[in-house]
Design a protein around this ligand. Structure first.
Ligand code: NAP
Length: 283
C-alpha cells in the first residue's frame, strides 16, 4: 500500500485565521470596537506562559485585542471565579480563555462554569459540551473542533464510520468523540483502563489519538486505509501515534507538528470573532 496523504493543518489554519482577520477588521470598522479575548493565567507555569503569549500574539496579528489577567499561583477558587464572572459581565470582553491547568487546589470545573456561555470561545463549559453533543450551534472545544475541520477539509465524512478516540479528557477526547457522534460516526472511547487497546484501534476507520503518551498507537494497530488524527504533542515534537509505521497503513494522517496543533489556535481566533459579532450584533 502507498503512503498516507498528509493532512496539512498549517495551511488550513492559515486560511481560517486569514478569514477571521478579515471579519475582525470589518467588525472593527462597523462597530468601532475590535474583538477582544481575555486570557486568564493562574501561576507562572512556563509552558502555560508560553501558550498564552502565543495566543495573544496570534490574536494581535489577526486584529483581535487581548486583555491579559495574570493571577498568583495561590489564587483561590473563589477569587478565580470572581475574576471570570467580572470578565463575563464586561461588555468590552467578547471571549474568555482560562489557561489550563489552573493548579490542583482550584476547583477547575467551578472556574470554567463562571465563564458566560456566550463568551466560552475555548468551549470548556457544560453549556458548550451540551451543544457539541447535540450537534447544535455553539462553541466547540478548540482542538476537537479543529479536528472536525480537518476531516471536512479532506472530505472524510464520519457518518457510518467506526471512530475510535483514545483518550477521554474533558477538553479533548470526550468532546472529540461527541462531535464525531453528532456527525453519525459509531464512536468508541478508549482510556487508561481499556483492555487490549490494539484490537479496538484495529477496527477503526477513523482513529483520534489524544493520550499524551509518545507513539502509543502503532502502525500495526491501524486498519489499512484508516484516517489517523494525532492530537498528541509530546517532548521532541513526537505525537501519540508512531508516525513512521502508521503512515504506511493509513490513507490520511496528521503530521506532528503541523497537523492538529495549528488548528487549535485557529479555532480559538475564529470563535472569538464569532462571539464578538454576536455580542456587537453587527454581523
Ligand atoms: P490528559 O488530560 O492527560 O488525558 C489523557 C487521556 O489519555 C486520559 O483519558 C487517559 O485515560 C488516557 N490514557 C492515558 N494512558 C493511556 C493508555 N496507556 N492507553 C489508553 N488511554 C490512555 O491529556 P489531554 O489534555 O487530553 O491531552 C492529550 C494529548 O493531546 C497530549 O499529548 C497533549 O499534549 C495533546 N494536546 C494537544 C493540543 C493541541 O492543540 N494540539 C491541545 C490539547 C492537548 P484516563 O481517563 O483513564 O486517565
Amino acid at each position: 500500500m502507498s503512503q498516507a496523504r498528509l493532512m496539512d493543518g498549517t495551511a488550513l489554519a492559515r486560511r481560517i485565521v486569514e478569514d477571521a482577520a478579515k471579519r475582525a477588521a470589518a467588525l472593527t470598522d462597523r462597530s468601532g470596537a475590535a474583538p477582544c479575548l481575555a486570557t486568564v493565567l493562574v501561576g507562572e507555569d512556563p509552558a502555560s506562559v508560553t501558550y498564552v503569549r502565543m495566543k495573544q500574539n496570534r490574536c494581535r496579528r489577526a486584529g483581535i485585542t487581548s486583555r491579559h489577567v495574570a493571577l498568583p499561583a495561590a489564587t483561590t477558587t473563589e477569587e478565580l471565579v470572581g475574576t471570570l464572572e467580572a470578565l463575563s459581565a464586561d461588555p468590552g470582553v467578547h471571549g474568555i480563555l482560562l489557561q489550563h491547568p489552573v493548579g490542583e487546589h482550584i476547583d477547575e470545573r467551578a472556574a470554567f462554569e463562571a465563564i458566560a456561555p456566550e463568551k466560552d470561545v475555548d468551549g470548556v463549559t457544560f453549556a458548550s459540551f451540551a451543544t457539541m453533543s447535540f450537534g447544535l450551534p455553539g462553541f466547540v472545544s478548540c482542538t476537537p473542533g479543529g479536528i472536525m475541520r480537518l476531516l471536512d477539509e479532506y472530505d472524510v465524512d464520519p457518518a457510518g464510520k467506526r471512530a475510535v478516540v483514545v483518550g477521554r479528557s474533558a477538553i479533548l477526547g470526550k468532546p472529540a468523540g461527541m462531535l464525531l457522534l453528532a456527525r453519525d460516526a459509531t464512536v468508541t472511547y478508549c482510556h487508561s483502563r481499556t483492555r487490549d487497546l490494539s484490537s479496538v484501534v484495529r477496527e477503526a476507520d477513523i482513529v483520534v489519538a489524544a493520550v499524551g503518551r509518545p507513539r502509543l498507537v502503532r502502525g500495526q494497530d491501524i486498519k489499512p486505509g484508516a484516517v489517523v488524527i494525532d492530537a498528541g504533542y509530546n517532548a521532541g515534537n513526537v505525537g501519540d501515534v508512531d508516525f513512521d509505521s502508521a503512515v504506511e497503513r493509513a490513507s490520511l494522517i496528521t503530521p506532528v507538528p503541523g497537523g492538529v496543533g495549528p488548528m487549535t489556535i485557529a479555532t480559538l481566533l475564529e470563535q472569538t470573532v464569532d462571539a464578538a459579532e454576536r455580542q456587537l450584533r453587527v454581523a
